[in-house]
Write a protein that binds this ligand. Sequence first.
Ligand code: HEC
Length: 243
Amino acid sequence: MNEIHKTHLHELSLPIKSLFTGYLLAIGVGLLMAGVQILLTHGMADGKFGLSVDDIVYSYYGDRTGSKLEAKLNGSMKDNAPPEARLTLIKWARAGSPENEWETTIKPLTEQYCVGCHANMPGIVNVGEKGIILKVAATDTGASITNLTRVSHIHLFGIAFIFFFVGWIFSYAGGFSQLVKAGLIFFPFAFLILDVAAWWLTRLNPGFAWLVIIGGIGYSLASTVMIFTSLYQLWIPYRTNKG
Ligand code: HEC
């Protein structure tokens, strides 16, 4: 018998077992997908595949050494325009994008080199429009407060819900001392709060980016342990000497 509940996972009735199993499987796949999504969005923020501290800095603090326009023109857009054209665009961005040069210099360049893709490909902004290029030419200051507030509360509410049920199911597991169990159940919540706090700190100071990674790894690990242990013990009998 375990100390918290009268039954072990394996001794639960079949309908409850199937409920727990279905839920844990769906959450497990969901966590994997979340991981893939993070790699594809934040992971690409510095232009290279794979999540790094730089990605976190770019996402939350921004790249304050220059504009997105400049970064792209030196990065993935490099082959799309000859060096002189790129230089003109970069100089314009660095000069604070003076609007009086838009009609005379900048618009013709975007029409010649950029709008062919940017006005036609779905999913990318049209840098041939004045309002849009002014935005990408401005210094990149990272995540906006509005966006961060929105993502923070969705993240906290949504993920706390997931951890609550994962932790509750795991509380039926055997083979862990009360203390270890309590720790494993509490960790994800603590790391979740740490993670979200770290987004805000990173927005102020890029030195906090590693905290975001620690937070994310922390709650992923703790919940993975709980999910796997629970799934295993649901279907494989767990025995103790205590009986
Ligand atoms: C061959 C098609 C093509 C051409 C030509 C092209 N782009 Fe792009 N551009 C893309 C694609 C695809 C993306 C999205 C992927 C990426 O960010 O690399 C993109 C992304 C960008 C972004 C980032 C937009 C954002 O909000 O993330 C900027 C800025 C940009 N391009 C500027 C330019 C400029 C300036 C030119 C002209 C000198 C140009 N591009 C020419 C295809 C093109």
